[in-house]
Write a protein that binds this ligand. Sequence first.
Ligand code: AFP
Length: 340
Amino acid sequence: MTTLTEYLQSLQAQHAQVPSIEPITDVIDTIATVGKQITQLLRKGALADILGEAGAENVQGEQQKKLDVIANNLLLEALTANRHCSGVASEELDHATAGHQDGSLLVLFDPLDGSSNIDINMPTGTIFSLLPHPRLGEKIEDGDFLQKGSEQLAAGYLLYASSVILTFTLAPDLAQQVGIDDGVLMFSLDPDSGEFLLINKHIAIDTDTQEYAINGSNYRHWLPPMQQYIDELLAGKTGPRGKDFNTRWVAAMVGDVHRILCRGGIFIYPKDTKDPTKAGKLRLMYEANPMSLLIERAGGASTNALERIMDIEPNDIHQRVAVVLGSKNEVAHVQQRHQQ
Ligand code: AFP
């Protein structure tokens, strides 16, 4: 089986003429290495003093878990030491952090997605997004990161579950440029060799599904079109949809997105009226955008219920967005319901 190292090196060797390939593959290799370190810590869990609260809040005003801070620091240290990384932005940091001034890539990440799962031994993940540095040679500023999701060069996640999975994809035009027809690539960490091994390179999401992921406890806070859409799913076979649906909710976006890449489905975190000033709970730049690139490259769709997420012009690194992603015909159902 092909190792991640072999796959990345073959991309570099075969496509040296595409300038961004070497930086992208090198940064993904760095992220994979940190992923192995985070895996070791999660495997220790309660056996080491690394669970529970860190005793501080992050920029989101959320209580940080010790592992949020540890994972963030491991990624920050490794990426700012990578000569291709000119700067990083993280869910856990108020502002961007500079890396190598002559680096060509900006890296954004949620270091440990699913923090509420850490202490109960449930799935968590790391989500990452790679953008081009728009002012090559200049010291990065927060504003450099405010690029649409469609500008991403690559994106992916690490899923820390019964297996540790690394999934990533290149932007469509870049993939075309290097002439690889591989879409979304999935690797599984072999605990014996410590290598990530390629398990899938042609992931295609079913256009239809009978499985939806949403936190139903927020029903009363949703806008009417979302309530009506979910009511139709709940009505099942005898309702307007004419089929029964099933629910899954991992409480870690990485887990729900991985399931959708594996067997289709729809994941929804809608705008709700709990806090009308918030467009949604999830963050555009380092959760919704990278997951949207993966989902679209696998033949799915990703919107905020009305428009394509990767078309949204960002105005803040930490801005939030409503998310409806997965099997494209189901995402279209939600869009039609909201457009009506
Ligand atoms: P945490 O990282 O704070 O646990 O949030 C995870 C997340 O951003 C996303 O990964 C989940 O899908 C979603 O929030 C879970 O939200 P609820 O806890 O409201 O269900």
